[in-house]
Design a protein. Structure first.
Lengths: 112, 115
């Protein structure tokens, strides 16, 4: 599995954009980059995923570096509900197609 | 509503008393798996199943069993629970393979305490 490096914690104010970085320098060419988040007392929740191109959905945007060694999850306007642990997960291929290897993630605190 | 359900949500039991945690999904997903989450260790995969009657070990399978007789259900069995299995357990499901579809759905969690 590709190793990831994320900041332990980040802080933001409500309604401001948040950029959550992730380094995954050992990612293979076929690994998708997934982002999940875990709100307090809940199971992990899918946020977004991508392979090479930047991606947008209703929750967030994902910016992937051209060399794919890093990516950034962008929350355009943080809300209090976005306070969670955010995990960046390169998805290994082969027999581990479904396996998600969770690291320690980034704890995002959102201030009112 | 698409969902993964787990039962029970909370369970306190004693060492050695067999227990089963049920997991069910209503999305016709092929892939199901179990994770445990412990402070400082993150989420670790216990077992997974790529389809009916197909199961395999994850990273921490010792002390656990699973079965996949129906596509929608994937129970986790602890034949002889021990205190080191006290943890928060999550069931998850997705289409297989995951990569293209991206989204894995997680249940709400089962908090197990073994005394």
């Amino acid at each position: 599995d590709a190793k990831t490096t994320q900041p332990n914690s980040m802080e933001s104010n409500e309604e401001e954009p948040v950029h959550l970085p992730c380094n995954h320098s050992t990612i293979s060419g076929t690994d998708y980059i997934h982002w999940y988040r875990q709100l307090p007392s809940q199971g992990p929740e899918y946020v977004i995923h991508g392979l090479t191109s930047n991606v947008n959905n209703r929750m967030a945007s994902l910016a992937i570096a051209e060399d794919r060694k890093s990516s950034t999850l962008i929350l355009h306007r943080a809300t209090l509900r976005d306070a969670a642990v955010y995990y960046c997960i390169p998805n290994a291929g082969g027999t581990s197609y479904g396996k998600l290897t969770f690291g320690q993630g980034t704890i995002l605190t959102v201030h009112p | 509503e698409a969902q993964v359900t787990q039962n029970p949500r909370y369970l306190i039991t004693v060492t050695g008393k067999k227990l089963t945690v049920t997991c069910s999904q209503n999305m016709n997903h092929e892939y199901m798996s179990w994770y445990r989450q412990d402070p400082g260790l993150g989420l670790r995969q216990i077992y997974y199943s790529m389809n009916v009657e197909v199961t395999d070990k994850g990273d921490v399978p010792e002390g656990y069993k699973v079965s996949r007789k129906e596509k929608r259900n994937f129970p986790l069995i602890l034949e002889s629970p021990s205190p080191n299995q006290t943890s928060l357990y999550f069931c998850a499901s997705s289409f297989y393979p995951l990569q293209g579809t991206g989204e894995q759905y997680f249940g709400p969690g089962t908090r197990l305490t073994v005394t």
